[in-house]
Design a protein around this ligand. Sequence first.
Ligand SMILES: *Cc1c(COP(=O)(O)O)cnc(C)c1O
Length: 212
Amino acid sequence: MKIKENLASLKKNLSENVILVAVSKTKPIKDLLEAYNAGQKIFGENKIQEMVSKWQLMPKDIKWHMIGHVQTNKVKYMAPFVDFIHAVDSIKLLKEIQKQAEKNNRHIKCLIQIRIAQEETKFGITPDELELLLDTSKSFNNVLIEGLMGMASFTEDKNQIRREFQLLKSIYDKYSSFKVLSMGMSGDYNIAIEEGSNMIRVGSKIFGERFY
Ligand SMILES: *Cc1c(COP(=O)(O)O)cnc(C)c1O
């Protein structure tokens, strides 16, 4: 495995203000440990069950980010330890995160997922829905809305990807309370950073291709 080398070359060109989430979904514990031993302390997973079992097995100073779509009835399993939830896309989900965070006497950091891709399949809400969600969340004391997350279209068209990231950045800039803009994956994180991302979610560039 070249995980350590992959991480090093990725970080060499990364500016200090960009947070790297190492996306370890589908990868075995030994791969995560290799990244951990190379100094990586932030990991992203997209399935709650898988994240819970990895949390149980891995060192406890890791910050776990849930980057995938979240089903409301599963929030309770990660509420005791999850650091960031990236893909919040409904008031119903936010309400449940508040409930479970309060139960665990914790604060959970959340990002609201905005639909920026032209593709139909992506999750996320519109900028109009964002207003309402932020209003509602004002009474949620255990939820910290840190910023926004978005995914660009799966396309070779770099200009389209750039335009989609620019759209997300322009929405992000409207809210002075936001601190985190999560955009960019293995294939497009350079464009994302050029367009103002300060948190990238990188999987295959670190851990290699995923086969399932
Ligand atoms: C899998 C995944 C990533 C990482 O994808 P790579 O192309 O392997 O870097 C980033 N964000 C989300 C939401 C993902 O599901």
